[in-house]
Design a protein around this ligand. Structure first.
Ligand code: NAD
Length: 355
């Protein structure tokens, strides 16, 4: 067994030091306070201000993060502030499209929370507008920069396992709180919201492939309380034109003292296995060698520095960010097909989706 080789690509968030970009947070709820702001504090990013519908959430954010420049009186004031280069959109999905368009119209770059939209077919006009205005839209698919998944992506891109044959994920952990939260109002919530990160990373590992079929089921599990609106189990399968497949499985609210989310990437020349959200590890088997990587950091909150860092670098380097809305669009189409399948009791959905 060998450990981290100095030639291993750098999997850590790449945040330009002293970036000089003013960031304003629009919608300062739970995730903005518990993950965006701690990551920006750690990397000394310039948060020039926040606006939220709820004055209480602004108060809590400013009390915990005194480096926030100001509280805006309205979203219009935030969008017209010339100090703001990047709008960090952290509202719920139902408001995303409207604020995205308003930020693009104001000439701001945008980092939008996931899922970018639940109607991917409506995105093209705003993406075209952003291209014309020379502004970048990136998506906060922060799990792409969870250290273990980030290095797995870099290894796949480097050809470490050859051609990807299969991607498998198991969520062997309790569910996050859903019942009684706004998340439980989202139809097929596990597929439409929670598993977006797993579908998105699967899309990254199958990059350049072509998806033909998506199938998904979500079901209530034994002893699930009646107050829970959404089913607690979900299984999603993806089939590609060249025969590669993917499987994502949530068994329910798993009772375990050793939670984790193991995954496997099987390729024509090797296998990556690892785990995130508990017992994080990554190993690569290739030929006679097994390499186990000792990684620093964790999804929460390094992933949130990763998404913002990538957008800021892309702006500085005048290029598309890796987490661009266009790259994410294929993930959203996978999500939409999976949701349609679940809606039809698991009927396979034929798709024609170039990744
Ligand atoms: N790992 C992750 O990336 C992760 C984790 C949790 C949540 N999320 C996503 O982040 C988003 C926000 O989730 P949250 O749990 O922080 O929600 P939240 O309700 O705590 O916060 C949402 C914010 O949007 C504001 N808002 C609500 N309605 C609005 C409206 N009509 N106009 C403007 N602002 C409005 C709220 O006041 C609040 O400030 C969701 O899309 C969720 O899926 C991502």
């Amino acid at each position: 067994m060998t450990y981290l080789d100095p030639t291993v690509p750098d999997y850590r968030p790449q945040v330009p030091p002293g970036s000089g970009h003013g960031i304003a947070i629009l919608g300062c709820g739970d995730i903005a306070r518990t993950a965006h702001l701690p990551a920006y504090a750690e990397h000394q990013l310039d948060v020039v201000g926040v606006w939220s519908r709820s004055p209480e959430s602004v108060r809590r954010a400013r009390a915990a993060f005194p480096f926030i420049g100001r509280a805006y009186d309205s979203p219009e004031q935030l969008l017209s502030d010339p100090r703001v280069d990047v709008v960090d959109l952290a509202t719920r999905v139902e408001h995303r499209r409207r604020w995205l368009e308003a930020a693009v119209d104001a000439g701001k770059h945008v980092l939008a929370q996931k899922p970018l939209t639940d109607e991917p077919e409506t995105l093209e006009p705003v993406l075209a507008k952003a291209d014309a205005a020379g502004v970048r839209i990136a998506v906060n698919q922060n799990a792409r920069w969870a250290p273990v998944w980030r290095l797995a992506t870099l290894l796949v891109q480097d050809g470490a396992v050859g051609e990807v044959v299969g991607v498998t994920h198991l969520l062997d952990k309790p569910l996050p709180p859903i019942t009684g939260t706004h998340f439980d109002d989202i139809p097929h919530m596990l597929i439409s919201d929670y598993l977006v990160h797993w579908l998105d990373i699967t899309r990254c590992w199958l990059d350049d492939n072509h998806v033909d079929v998506v199938q998904a089921r979500d079901e209530r599990v034994p002893a699930q309380p009646d107050t829970a609106k959404n089913p607690w189990s979900a299984t999603v399968q993806v089939g590609c034109r060249d025969g590669a497949t993917a499987l994502i499985r949530v068994v329910g609210d798993a009772r375990t003292r050793t939670p984790s989310c193991p995954f496997w990437i099987h390729g024509t020349e090797g296998t990556i296995r690892g785990s995130i959200l508990g017992r994080d590890f990554l190993s690569l088997e290739r030929g006679d060698t097994t390499t186990t990587y000792r990684l620093e950091g964790a999804w929460f909150v390094d992933g949130f520095a990763g998404t913002m860092g990538e957008l800021l670098r892309a702006v500085d380097e005048d290029r598309e960010p890796y987490n661009s809305a266009r790259h994410n669009l294929a993930s959203l189409r996978l999500v939409a097909a999976a949701r349609a399948s679940a809606e039809q009791g698991g009927a396979p959905q034929d798709v024609d989706l170039a990744l």
